[in-house]
Design a binder for this molecule. Structure first.
Ligand SMILES: [Zn+2]
Length: 256
């Protein structure tokens, strides 16, 4: 095989691997953003629970003022009762007192209800705080996992890029340019193996005389697929293994 072809095959393997690693690298910010979002619902639930406590506190103040108000009215009517001269006025005031007492009772009921609701709201806040802490712990460990993976992938990509640069330095510039032109048009695959006398990438048959030359070629000549234009290389099929069923054998003895 053309000595350059072997290096191009290695270069292509490295470049495909780098492209795959780059897709992983590009996906990390999205993954991290999703982790941030995962605790947002818990944070919003806690804010809502705290707001409910504040609202109930305001309601409570209002009910307490109502109660004071009705008690004040009742005191005032009772003072007036002492001073009335006529039975009619007396009855009218008694009526006002009964009405105010009814309203006072209602206001006290509302306050009691509010206090029960307030206790539940405080419990809800505690529960929401615990849920948020749990969500944040989960997010922290997920974030650490992604960051470790990210560091690992970036390290691997840097190594692959260095190896790719080294291959590039060993190849003639015009061949590198040629390789890159074809790779750009064909999803990063510029070099294709010939299998069963056809291009392995587009499946089009290779002409017999080209096959002949590919089999013989030890020189510098480079052959292209006539259909997809990729650079072709040919590897003789390795001899079939002497023992045909090593896997079946392993399965028999592998299980205890
Ligand atoms: Zn082809």
């Amino acid at each position: 095989m053309n000595e350059h072809i072997q290096k191009l095959i290695e270069l292509q393997e490295l470049d495909l691997h780098i492209a795959q690693l780059r897709r992983q690298v590009d996906a990390f910010p999205q993954q991290l953003a999703e982790i941030e979002r995962s605790s947002e619902a818990a944070r919003a639930a806690l804010a809502a629970a705290k707001q409910r406590v504040l609202d109930l506190h305001k309601d409570r103040k209002k009910h307490e003022l109502d109660i004071e108000d009705w008690r004040g009215k009742i005191r005032k009517y009772r003072d007036q009762v002492m001073q009335v001269k006529s039975n009619d006025a007396y009855r009218a005031l008694q009526e006002e007192i009964r009405g105010a007492e009814t309203e006072l009772g209602k206001a006290e009921d509302r306050l009691l209800e509010q206090m029960v609701g307030g206790e539940q709201a405080e419990k809800d806040v505690k529960q929401a705080e615990a849920a948020l802490a749990e969500a944040e712990t989960a997010a922290r460990s997920a974030r650490e996992k992604v960051k470790a993976e990210q560091a690992q992938v970036e390290k691997e990509m840097a190594e692959m890029q260095a190896a790719s640069q080294a291959r590039l330095a060993e190849l003639p510039q015009d061949l590198v340019d040629h390789y890159h032109r074809i790779a750009r048009r064909h999803g990063g695959i510029a070099v294709a193996a010939v299998r069963d006398e056809a291009c392995s990438m587009c499946s089009v048959r290779i002409r017999p005389h080209v096959m002949q030359l590919l089999r013989q070629s030890e020189g510098q000549e480079i052959f292209h697929c006539e259909t997809c234009t990729r650079i072709l290389y040919f590897l003789e099929k390795p001899a079939p293994p002497a023992e045909a069923a090593p896997e079946a054998h392993a399965a028999e003895t592998g299980n205890p």
